[in-house]
Design a binder for this molecule. Structure first.
Ligand code: GDP
Length: 315
């Protein structure tokens, strides 16, 4: 297995770079990546030609257009178009070139906004989605259904993992387009070095989110590659697997935790002109745990590591 040729699509992003690092640490020797300039994942023919030439054994599909609540809400066309295009180009090309296993990554935003908690895999498509990320969620649903359909029609060993809010080194720290955790690290760091008295938290601070350190997801992806087949998932009557976290926290408490890690003593101002999004989207983790998933990094340790990385790389 360690000599098999594996393509990590999206290796420059947070998830892809963590997957690449983790596979290298585990002794994988034939890992392939390609930069944007050399392969446009939005172009179907280029993707198919690349996969035909390379003949991969496995593909990990981490490539996606991602962003936080404002980016999702403001660039709705880009989020739906790019993500549907990238995933359908890769999934179809994997099938045509007889890739043995494809692992596709999605997000917990695929579930109905008012889903019963904790959210089980089978609650997919049982109600309306959250408006702010509906286009992204629809793209991610179409990708997971595509994997399921290719399995059901052709027997392709393709399936999807739906992680909760991920964070870690290599995240996007842009104040406008990031997710909440890297956004708050950046903001609170700036408030500290500028001797500000306050920093702003979007929305009411009341929504709850669950956070998983990205390397914990990557370890699960390696386990999937080595031990878990599409039939293990689809035979249970579900179309994908949740990968959640035990670290669920309100946005206000998250801001207070990051404040203490950064060492800033000022106060929070809540900016109610910004959306809250879904109030809570805690996923049920029973299935992935029964398949061997463990969470090794606590939220506090993970934020500390991420903050160290941010200081070294972004400032
Ligand atoms: P979501 O999980 O898809 O809603 O995406 P985000 O991670 O962007 O936002 C999670 C929650 O954090 C939302 O309620 C945001 O309004 C809130 N939030 C508070 N401050 C910030 C911030 O500085 N950046 C981002 N992205 N979200 C923030």
């Amino acid at each position: 297995m360690k000599n098999k040729k594996i393509f990590i699509a999206g290796h420059n992003g947070m998830v892809g770079s963590s997957v690449l690092k983790t596979l290298k640490q585990k002794g994988y020797k034939n890992l392939v990546t390609i930069n944007k300039e050399d392969l446009n994942l939005l172009d179907q023919k280029s993707v198919l030609d690349f996969l035909k030439k390379e003949k991969f054994y496995s593909v990990i599909l981490c490539a996606a257009k991602v962003g936080g609540i404002l980016a999702n809400n403001n660039y709705r066309a880009d989020f739906i178009y790019d993500n549907i295009q990238i995933s359908s180009n890769i999934i179809k090309s994997c099938s045509e070139t007889k890739v043995k296993k494809l692992i596709n990554l999605g997000s917990s935003c695929i579930y109905p906004r008012e889903a019963k908690l904790p959210i089980k895999e089978e609650y997919l498509l049982t109600g309306p989605l959250e408006y702010t990320n509906e286009p992204y969620a629809i793209a991610k649903i179409s990708a997971l259904k595509m994997c399921e359909s290719f399995y059901k029609q052709n027997g392709d060993d393709f399936y999807s993992l739906m992680p909760c809010n991920l964070y870690g080194p290599g995240d996007n720290f842009n104040l406008k387009s990031s997710h909440v955790l890297p956004g708050l690290i950046h903001k609170i760091h700036l408030a500290k070095i500028n001797n500000s008295l306050t920093f702003d938290v979007w929305g009411s601070g009341n929504p709850m989110r669950e956070f998983l350190y990205v390397d914990d997801l990557s370890l699960m992806i390696v386990k999937c590659l080595e031990e878990i087949n599409a039939s293990d998932i689809y035979s249970k009557g579900i179309s994908h697997l949740n990968v959640g976290s035990d670290d669920e926290i309100s946005i206000k408490d998250l801001a207070l935790l990051i404040k203490s890690i950064v060492g800033f003593t000022g106060n929070i101002i809540f900016d109610n002109s910004k959306p809250d999004g879904t109030f809570r989207k805690k996923m049920d983790n029973t299935r992935v745990k029964s398949l061997g998933f463990t969470q090794s990094k606590s939220l506090k340790d993970g934020i500390q590591k991420t903050y160290e990385w941010f200081k070294k790389n972004k400032i």
